[in-house]
Design a protein around this ligand. Structure first.
Ligand code: GLA
Length: 359
């Protein structure tokens, strides 16, 4: 992969900061099939983020979308070059992976998910499966005709067993339950929680564990970094799950941030939940802006704070962003990611490099 011309120019201006020898790059590059070998014709360059974070024993990841991976070589190249972990943005959500009723082979559609998993395998990337039980992106067949409680349990069990079973042995982790706690700290009222939130959550983790004994099982949610009420509610939920023997391994903090808000110390949050004996990850990091230079600087400092919080917490294994280029994604108008829509590094990208190589 070579960077687009504009990006290469930006990189060249920064190359002097790094004293990378060919030997150092080669030793770090071992797990990265996509990293080009240095040669006389290919001048030294800053290490991709995935290589820069490797000595910390952590992964840097991003949500990845199926469509641009097929159609945009720059997208595919940068994804492989810069990241060591990948979360399918939509490809493993209920509506995509399980579009038809039932739980037999014809009910599922693993084409997009399989393509992303194969891409990750080919480039030495870990995969975070996302997301099994969520109130959003559910296909119509689940609720039309409206199911009895017994039918709903059977649908969800078939979904979890079918999807986790299909990917058994191939993923690092699953977001088993996503956003079960509402913004006010109460359990969210959803189709699934109508069965009893504790029952559904505990069952989903047990079904997932039965379908893949080795994949890490995560609870994933938003807002804990800005709402003490929500953070407390998630903490109590996880504490109860641990105490009742529910097989939960980790907690993911989405961290969809805004440059016009202020935040406390993310490392305090990570440490608190690590204290439950859980692995912690930052799973969907992005920072909405108005696109102004001032907000892009605030964005950069928040990216640095997020990454540094993960680096500082021994039980934090990954810093994952919700995409990497402002060209694609759910919030393109708010320029929330580390590269601009032409793949040029933004201050946020520089801030990540700086956090990994303090000078
Ligand atoms: C939530 C979900 C993600 C994604 C984002 C969009 O955070 O977990 O899958 O849909 O919203 O911003």
């Amino acid at each position: 992969m070579t960077w687009p011309r504009a990006v290469a120019g930006a990189i060249l201006t920064r190359m002097k900061r790094f004293a990378w020898t060919a030997a150092a790059l080669a030793s770090l590059a071992a797990p990265c099939a996509a990293a080009p070998a240095p040669s006389a014709a290919d001048a030294p360059r800053p290490p991709p983020l995935r290589l820069a974070i490797a000595p910390f024993g952590k992964w840097i990841g991003t949500a990845a979308a199926y469509q641009p991976l097929q159609s945009d070589p720059n997208y595919a190249g940068l994804l492989a070059e810069q990241f060591s972990m990948l979360t399918p943005e939509n490809a493993m959500k209920f509506s995509v992976v399980h579009p038809r009723p039932g739980a037999d082979a014809g009910s599922f559609d693993f084409a997009q998910g399989d393509a992303l998993v194969e891409f990750a395998r080919a480039h030495g990337m870990k995969v975070r499966g996302h997301a099994l039980v969520w109130h959003d992106q559910i296909p119509d067949w689940v609720t039309h005709p409206f199911p009895s409680d017994a039918q709903l349990v059977s649908t969800l069990q078939g979904h979890v067993a079918g999807v986790v079973g299909h990917y058994r042995g191939k993923l690092y982790s699953w977001d088993v339950v996503n956003e079960a706690v509402d913004s006010d700290g109460t359990m969210r009222a959803t189709l699934w929680s109508s069965l009893g939130p504790e029952y559904v959550i505990a069952s989903a983790f047990r079904w997932a564990r039965a379908a893949d004994p080795n994949v890490k099982l995560f609870y994933n949610d938003y807002g804990a970094e800005s709402s003490p009420t929500k953070a407390d509610a998630i903490y109590e939920l996880l504490q109860t799950m641990k105490a009742s023997g529910v097989p939960v391994d980790g907690v993911g903090f989405q961290m969809h941030l805004s440059a016009d808000k202020t935040y406390g110390d993310f490392s305090v949050l990570l440490k608190r939940f690590a204290g439950l004996g859980l692995e912690v990850q930052i799973t969907e990091f992005d920072v909405n802006t108005d696109g102004s230079p001032a907000q892009l600087q605030v964005q950069a400092s928040l990216y640095a704070r997020g990454l540094k919080a993960c680096l500082a917490e021994p039980k934090c294994t990954a810093f994952v962003t919700w995409g990497f280029t402002d060209k694609y994604g759910p919030r393109v108008g708010q320029a929330p990611l580390m590269l601009d829509a032409s793949y040029r590094p933004k201050p946020a990208y520089d801030a990540l490099e700086q956090a990994l190589f303090p000078r």
